[in-house]
Design a protein around this ligand. Sequence first.
Ligand code: ZN
Length: 360
Amino acid sequence: MIEERATVEAAKAAFDSEFEKFEDLAVNGDDAAALLNEVAALRVRHTGKKSSLAEAKKLIGKVPPESRGEFGQFVQSVEKDLVERLDGVEALLAAAVSNAKTEAERVDVTLPGRRVKRGTLHPITIVRQRIEEIFVSMGYSIEDDREIETDYYNFDALNIPEGHPARESQDTFYTTDGFALRSQTSTVQIRAMERRGVPIRIIAPGKVFRRDTPDMTHVPMFHQIEGLCVDKGITMAHLKGTVTEWLKRLFGEDTVTRFRPSYFPFTEPSAEFDFSCFKCHGTGKLEGERCRPCKGSGWIELGGSGMVHPNVLKAVGVDPKVYSGFAFGFGLERMAALMYSIDDIRHLFENDLRFLEQFG
Ligand SMILES: [Zn+2]
């Protein structure tokens, strides 16, 4: 029995020497987590199935019967001591880990708050909203509609016949099942007149799509604002008055407009309209230099317009002998580029915050 007892004492001594570092432990949270792992390993090594203590337990049966009870109690008391010390230090370390976590997550209410970054409106949105406000104040309502259209709404109803170059696939995007991405917002005129009838006064801002190769002044997706007014007795004078009025409200009272004869399938007669440069007030010169927005001409070309073609009115069941109307359209990118002196409209679609943040 002396020999067996010595085996158990050796096991206990081995444990004691390894456990020494855990006595009188003062740890911070980071160490505690690592030490917890060490304690777990220690527990396996000294009280697990392959430990010396487990081997000693097997000896209990080999000890002479008269000493067996005493030896058994001895082994048990050693095991109990080891387990209690391990449990004690483990609880201590677990508490240290938990405290460190709480500390790390504590909110210091005296620190200044983190500022939430405010976004800004996109320049296209800013310009669109300003123009919308002007037209709403002039009695127009704002119409929106689908961007994918049938050939009927994109072309036929707008008096663009089969064989017209605008219908070719090199100019227009088509879906694989034959729908067109609208190439102008005039489609909204047709839909709005079908739905609301006449008289009507609307503007239709929206995206349009054309197969253009992107460069400084072209992108394959851009925004248009289309205007339409149909009533009894509407003439070219109303068109000129309306276009001049909203440009005055946007660029100032001294703005003047001019109309140049042109051709569009959906208007007759048709005209392109220009307005006097808002930078040089039509003089073409700015501080002695050639004015950039108008390239020294004093005029800025903006869009197309005209009297609604009788065929367009007929397409929506309106009698052109009773009703007449005007329509006009222009690009928002060009407008934004002029107003904010943007030299390349591709900047508008690159989502570069350094560019976009300038418009707040
Ligand atoms: Zn100018």
